[in-house]
Design a protein around this ligand. Structure first.
Ligand code: ATP
Ligand code: FE
Length: 331
C-alpha cells in the first residue's frame, strides 16, 4: 500500500510517501521565521504551514516517483500540538482523502515519534522508549504498535525545553538544543556541576536545573562580564552532561523495574550526541539492545506519520471526515 503522511503539529511542515512500509520520501520545510522571536509564534506557524504544505506534498510525491492517484490512504497528525498548525495538516488531509476517495488515518504525534523506529530497525515488543522532544519527556512501555503506556513523565519542562531555555540564558538563538550540542563537543563536561533533581519514581523535573543555571550565569557574569564568551564550550558540555545523566538514570531505573533490555530513544533530543553516546555506553555496561533513530527521523518529520499510518492501514483503522485536531491528545 502507498501512504501519504502529513505532519504539521508545530513549526515544521512535512510530507512523506511510504510504500509497503518503506519510506520513499520525507520532505521537511523548516520555518526559520521563528528565530527572530526566540521561539515558535503559533499564529505565524499556522500561516507558514499554509504556504508550505502544497509544495511539500508535491515534492514528496515527485521524489517517491509515484502519481498521486496511486496513493491508497492519507495519514495526518491529529495531535498533540498547536491547534492552528494541526488544523492546516488536518484540513489538507481531509480534502485530499475526499477528492481522491481514499481513507483517512489519524496519527498521534507522540506515538509516531516512537513508531519512527519501524522505518528501519524494527525493535521487538515489548521495549522501553524514552521520548524526549520540545514539548514532552516520557518513558513509554511499548507493548505493541498502538498499545503504549506512559510509565514516567516530566512534572514541568520537557528535556528539549531545558536545552532551549538554557540556550536562551546563554544568549544563543532558538532552537538552542543543536547549538548546545555543538559547543559541548569542544568542552569539558566536568567543568561545572549542576544539581540532579531528586524526583521519585520514573518522573522528571527540569525547571530547578534551569533556575540553577540562571543564577550560576548571573553570578559569574557579575564577577566577569566576559564569562560566557570565554567558557561557552565548558558550560554547554556541563549542562548537557547533567541533562543526559538525568535521562539515563531514569531509563536505567525503568529498565530494571520492568526487566526489559530493549531500549529506544525518540524525539528531537534523541539527535543529541551526548545522549546517543551515553546510551551506547550504558548499553555496553548493562547488556542493552538499543535503538537510536536516524537524524532525519528524530525531530518532527512526516516519515514517522507515514509509517504509523501504514501500520494503521494494515488494521484498516480509518477515521471519518468529521475528525478535528486535538491540541492535547492522550495515547
Ligand atoms: P513535541 O514532539 O513534544 O510536540 P516538538 O515536535 O516541537 O515537540 P521535536 O521536533 O521532536 O519537538 O524536537 C525539537 C526539540 O529537540 C527542540 O527542543 C530542540 O532544541 C531539540 N533538539 C534537536 N536537536 C537537538 C540536539 N542535537 N541536542 C539537543 N536538543 C536537540
Ligand atoms: Fe515532535
Amino acid at each position: 500500500a502507498i501512504i501519504l503522511g502529513i505532519e504539521s503539529s508545530c513549526d515544521d511542515t512535512s510530507a512523506s510517501i511510504c510504500i509497503d512500509g518503506v519510506i520513499s520520501s520525507n520532505v521537511i520545510a523548516n520555518q526559520l521565521v521563528h528565530q527572530n522571536f526566540g521561539g515558535v509564534v503559533p499564529e505565524l506557524a499556522s500561516r507558514v504551514h499554509q504556504q508550505n504544505i502544497v509544495p511539500a506534498i508535491h515534492e514528496a510525491i515527485s521524489k517517491a516517483k509515484i502519481h498521486k492517484n496511486e496513493i491508497d490512504a492519507v495519514a495526518f497528525t491529529r495531535g498533540p500540538g498547536l491547534l492552528g498548525s494541526l488544523l492546516v495538516g488536518t484540513s489538507f488531509a481531509k480534502a485530499f482523502a475526499l477528492a481522491n476517495s481514499i481513507p483517512l488515518i489519524e496519527v498521534n504525534h507522540m506515538q509516531a515519534h516512537i513508531l519512527a523506529h519501524f522505518i528501519d530497525a524494527k525493535p521487538a515488543f515489548p521495549f522501553i522508549c524514552l521520548t524526549v522532544s520540545g514539548g514532552h519527556t516520557q518513558i513509554v512501555l511499548v507493548k505493541d504498535y498502538f498499545d503504549m503506556e506512559i510509565i514516567g513523565q516530566t512534572n514541568d519542562d520537557a528535556a528539549g525545553e531545558a536545552f532551549d531555555k538554557t540556550a536562551k540564558i546563554l544568549g544563543l538563538p532558538y532552537p538552542g538544543g543543536p547549538l548546545i550540542d555543538k559547543y559541548a563537543k569542544e568542552g569539558n563536561p566536568r567543568a561545572y556541576k549542576f544539581p540532579e533533581p531528586q524526583i521519585p519514581g520514573l518522573d522528571f523535573s527540569f525547571s530547578g536545573l534551569k533556575t540553577s543555571i540562571m543564577y550560576f550565569v548571573r553570578d559569574q557574569v557579575k564577577a566577569d562580564p566576559d564569562f560566557l564568551e570565554k567558557n561557552m564550550n565548558d558550560i554547554c558540555a556541563s549542562v548537557q552532561d547533567r541533562i543526559v545523566s538525568i535521562l539515563l538514570n531514569k531509563l536505567k531505573k525503568a529498565a530494571a523495574q520492568y526487566n526489559i533490555k530493549r531500549i529506544a530513544i525518540a524525539g528531537g533530543v534523541s539527535a543529541n550526541s551526548g545522549l546517543r553516546n551515553g546510551l551506547n555506553q550504558t548499553a555496553k555496561d548493562l547488556g542493552w539492545e538499543v535503538f537510536i533513530p536516524q537524524f532525519q527521523y528524530c525531530t518532527d518529520n512526516a516519515g514517522m506519520i507515514a509509517i504509523a499510518g501504514y501500520y494503521k492501514y494494515l488494521k484498516q483503522d480509518f477515521i471519518g471526515q468529521d475528525v478535528a485536531p486535538m491540541a492535547r491528545m492522550p495515547f
